[in-house]
Design a binder for this molecule. Structure first.
Ligand SMILES: Cc1cc2nc3c(=O)[nH]c(=O)nc-3n(C[C@H](O)[C@H](O)[C@H](O)COP(=O)(O)OP(=O)(O)OC[C@H]3O[C@@H](n4cnc5c(N)ncnc54)[C@H](O)[C@@H]3O)c2cc1C
Length: 420
């Protein structure tokens, strides 16, 4: 019968049935205008889809009951987990269905967790096999702070840390550390998942492996992650952060590839991070993406960009601590020796590890203060094979971005190792 109702009536009926048939959810299932408004948009500000209701779970059973209920009615409704809602095309929306707000589980102790309990995190240290059991609705910035209290940190990051563990593990979680450690989905030992049947299942590469590999990078379509066991390593203290500028794309790509060829996880002479970006005529060289060119160099860099149209920036980082502080400069010098960046256009900064990892936050704050954060964000992510990267430069970067003077958004360009 359900499908004969006009849409708004159907929404009311679903909500009415849900809130009565699942009494334990009485207080956590909401359809007030504010809850619906928040769950019907995302960082992309391109799509808007109203759910019938939003579930603010207080336990994993709430999620399981919701899914089982939907499966047992004649017209199941759509259900979407929502982390921090930083998708760009409505991926965490559930038109006419129910959005599950995973961040409400932030203070919930993940079940099946072992080890020392640290606030809502469970952190365990076993024979040099370090890990943290983390709730799917936790923000990576909170994971960082909690693990650092133990001198440990995850090895795989995104550029921006105000994203949830469940949200990035449903995609990939890629940043400048991926050439060496792989994306975040390659740094998970185990997960607890509520499946599409509403069952609570623990999975790993050895146990329920289809579910494990389906959920990782599964775009939220194979189950809801309630706990992930994340790989940790001893945390460094500080970071040598270097930017180099190029006007020749082939020299740039060659240097990027050379640098990521040293990539063993335990290889102490490898870089810890490598990314690249474009400088095009965007006003100040210090655009929103945490640039650190000294003010005295602005006019030199602007002239370079004006002369060549596009300048390629190569950004690398080498972490260090008290044991390596006397050797880090030498190691970095050896790594960068023989690179073909433009003479005189190399810039270095020495920052605390947390400042480096959280570098995009200051950009967000700046855009928030200018009212430019909650605006449409059409984003495109592409993997381009090495064999076509020069064509991509000629056809897209020079042929489209430069020719059409598309200067309002950042363009990131960095190499990955397929084996990772
Ligand atoms: C400023 C900014 C910078 C970014 N930088 C990077 C970057 O450097 N690298 C990178 O890889 N990505 C980056 N992203 C993209 C980001 O990783 C994804 O958009 C991610 O999905 C956002 O996480 P979220 O918690 O906001 O997820 P949401 O947008 O809330 O959800 C994303 C998807 O995951 C699903 N989902 C959410 N939680 C769970 C869960 N617990 N279980 C199962 N499925 C779930 C949702 O249903 C949806 O399909 C960036 C995004 C922004 C806005």
């Amino acid at each position: 019968m359900g499908e004969k109702f006009p849409a708004p009536t159907l929404l009311i009926v679903i909500f009415f049935i849900l809130s009565r048939l699942i009494p334990t959810m009485g207080y956590s299932l909401r359809d007030d205008p504010e809850s619906i408004r928040l769950a019907s948009s995302d960082y992309g500000h391109i799509l808007r889809e109203n759910p019938a209701a939003v579930l603010y779970p207080t336990s994993i059973d709430d999620i399981s009951s919701l899914i089982k209920f939907s499966n047992n009615i004649s017209t199941p409704f759509s259900i979407a987990a929502r982390g921090h809602g930083h998708s760009t095309m409505g991926q965490a929306m559930a038109p006419n269905g129910v959005v599950v707000d995973m961040m409400s589980l932030k203070n919930h102790r993940p079940s099946h967790a072992s080890g020392i309990i640290v606030n809502t995190f469970n952190l365990s240290v076993n024979n040099n096999n370090y890990y943290a059991d983390v709730g799917g609705g936790q923000l990576w910035i909170d994971v960082l702070h909690a693990t650092l209290e133990h001198g440990l940190a995850p090895v795989a990051w995104t550029d921006y840390l105000y994203l949830t563990v469940g949200g990035t593990l449903s995609n990939a979680g890629i940043s400048g550390s991926a050439f060496r450690f792989g994306p975040q989905i390659s740094n998970v030992y185990e997960m607890d998942v509520v499946t599409g049947h509403g069952d609570f299942v623990t999975c790993s590469p050895q146990n329920n492996s289809d579910l494990f590999f389906g959920v990782l990078g599964g775009l939220g379509q194979f189950g809801i992650i309630t706990r992930a066991r994340i790989v940790l390593e001893p945390a460094p203290k500080r970071v040598k952060w270097v930017r180099m500028l190029y006007n020749d794309f082939s020299a740039y790509a060659r240097d990027q590839e050379r640098l990521i060829s040293v990539n063993g996880r335990k290889q102490s002479n490898a870089l810890d991070y490598l990314e690249g970006s474009l400088l095009i005529n965007q006003g100040s060289p210090n655009n929103w993406r945490s640039s650190f060119f000294p003010r005295s160099t602005y006019s030199r860099i602007t002239s370079l960009v004006t002369k060549h149209g596009i300048i390629y920036s190569l950004e690398v980082a080498k972490y260090y601590d008290q044991h390596t502080e006397t050797t880090v400069d030498k190691e970095l010098e050896l790594l960068l020796k023989g690179l073909s960046f433009l003479p005189g256009f190399v810039f270095e900064k020495d920052v605390a590890y947390v400042e480096f990892l959280n570098r995009v936050k200051s950009g967000e704050e700046k855009l928030q203060s200018q009212g430019q954060w909650d605006v449409p964000h059409p984003w495109l992510n592409l993997f381009v094979p090495k064999s076509r990267i020069s064509d991509f430069d000629a056809g897209v970067l020079k042929g489209v971005v430069l020719k059409r003077n598309i200067t309002t958004a950042p363009v990131l360009l960095y190499p990955m190792n397929r084996t990772k």
